[in-house]
Design a protein around this ligand. Structure first.
Ligand SMILES: O=C(CO)[C@@H](O)[C@H](O)COP(=O)(O)O
Length: 229
């Protein structure tokens, strides 16, 4: 069942260490078959260099295990919320890549300081609010998804394909698992460049709306929905 999606999700997971986005078993990638309402996700705690297609776990949109002999990623509830509330996405990535996680630990949104950013993210990459103790002590991973959705009231997820979860790390998404990984790689590079740009020029302002529009529109077209800049 879902053999081609499983292969795509396996390759997307194996791309994370190849691109230097994960250490040990940190991070996870999933993909969804919207016609079946089934998600294929990385198993929890399995080293990437030992992972096989048979280790992947299939869950439904309530988080129930439909197929698989291992537990799904501990972040599966977050993936489920995002698929439920962002109907156009079909791939989700979570990781603890160093530069993006630095911004998460600092509780900072990432400003658009250059055209690389503008090609992928229309304006600031948002950071979620701090979660309260009840949210943390409760269904933490599910609440993480809900706080991301709350942050995206003003955004179309397809035109802002990532978020910085405060004190945790980045989540990215896309039209499939492979695009979600691509966006994770870009977000990490943007986070690194923005950090260094601020070192060179403290108090740097974001790029002009004209330059942001030029690059984002060129890549995404005029009809893209735009949230906060
Ligand atoms: O965010 C976290 C832990 O903070 C997770 O991404 C783990 O780093 C990986 O968990 P599994 O996917 O192996 O359950």
């Amino acid at each position: 069942m879902l053999e081609s999606l499983k292969e795509e999700v396996l390759q997307a997971n194996l791309e994370l260490p190849k691109k230097g986005l994960v250490t040990y078993t940190w991070g996870n990638v999933s993909g969804i078959d919207r016609s079946k309402g089934l998600i294929v996700i990385k198993p929890s705690g399995v080293p990437y260099d030992e992972m096989t297609i048979n280790d992947l776990v299939v869950i439904d949109l309530k988080g129930n295990i439909v197929e698989g002999h291992l537990n799904p990623s501990s972040d599966a509830p977050t993936h489920v919320v995002l698929y439920d509330k962002f109907p156009d996405i079909c791939g989700v990535v979570h990781n603890h890549s160093s530069w993006a996680t630095t911004w998460a630990q600092a509780g900072r949104r990432i400003p658009a300081l250059g055209t690389t950013h503008a090609d992928y993210f229309y304006g600031y990459i948002p950071v979620t609010r701090e979660m309260n103790s009840d949210e943390i002590q409760g269904q933490y991973e599910e609440q993480t998804g809900k706080v991301i959705v709350e942050t995206f009231k003003e955004y179309n997820p397809m035109d802002m394909p990532g978020v910085i979860v405060r004190n945790h790390g980045p989540f990215t998404w896309g039209k499939n698992a492979s695009e979600a990984v691509h966006n994770a790689v870009v977000l990490e590079e943007i986070a690194k460049m923005a950090y260094h740009a601020y070192q060179l020029t403290p108090g740097l302002e974001p790029i002009s709306d004209v330059l942001l529009d030029k690059h984002f529109f060129r890549k995404h077209g005029k009809d893209a929905y735009y949230g906060q800049k």
